[in-house]
Write a protein that binds this ligand. Structure first.
Ligand SMILES: Cc1cc2nc3c(=O)[nH]c(=O)nc-3n(C[C@H](O)[C@H](O)[C@H](O)COP(=O)(O)O)c2cc1C
Length: 189
């Protein structure tokens, strides 16, 4: 490949167009967040980077809690809407026809329509520049039963998850490998 060099930019892709719920009761809101990921396995830790101007920023700062709801392809239109409109003016649950469910460890709600929700408690806020990063412990994970087989094994591929890359949404497609497949011995016939 022949590459041209640009100045540094926020171009890691794909990233999840996560639907983050925050706030409590009537205040509950959804913000779409692409700047998120896992930063530690044990204990399980994540982050979301949020511009302080967002309505959700104040809700998360005040409560120290949020939920990362994974976005399925079916939810992408709503995710886009929740990433354009502010909860200061719109009840995004009502407008998108979405529903809340109580979480088990945090006070803000889960997004009922999401296949998997990660309940998070903030441990640190790091002011990076345009965005402030909420570092958080993942204190519970809520999995839709349709993603589990009879032995309780998770099949996340059944979730029809969406990805976001440079302003465009995609649905995850064909499986092309599994963890460690490059070094796994082939079964003898
Ligand atoms: C796909 C997508 C990803 C986004 N990622 C982020 C993000 O990582 N951080 C952020 O602060 N805003 C992000 N936004 C913008 C917010 O979701 C948007 O400003 C939203 O309207 C804020 O809602 P609120 O004011 O109700 O909090 C994203 C928007 C979209 C559509």
């Amino acid at each position: 490949m022949s590459k041209v060099t640009w100045k540094g930019g926020a171009l890691v892709a794909p990233v999840p167009p996560a639907m983050v719920t925050c706030g409590e009761g009537e205040q509950a809101n959804i913000i779409t967040i692409a700047w998120t990921g896992i930063i530690n396995t044990h204990p399980p830790k994540t982050y979301i980077s949020v511009r302080p101007s967002r309505h959700s920023y104040g809700l998360i700062k005040e409560s120290g809690e949020f939920v990362i709801n994974l976005t399925s392809a079916k939810l992408v239109r709503s995710a886009d809407f929740c990433g354009i409109h502010t909860g200061r003016k719109v009840n995004k649950f009502e407008t998108c026809g979405l529903h809340t469910e109580p979480a088990s460890e945090v006070k803000c709600p889960l997004l009922a329509e999401s296949p998997m929700s990660l309940e998070c408690r903030v441990t640190d806020v790091i002011e990076l520049g345009s965005h402030h990063m909420f570092l958080a412990d993942i204190v519970a994970v809520d999995v839709d039963e349709s993603l589990l087989d009879s032995e309780g094994k998770l099949h996340l591929d059944r979730g029809g998850l969406a990805a976001f890359a440079h302003g465009e949404y995609f649905e995850l497609g064909k499986k092309i490998g599994t963890f460690g497949f490059s070094v796994r011995k082939k079964k003898k016939k």
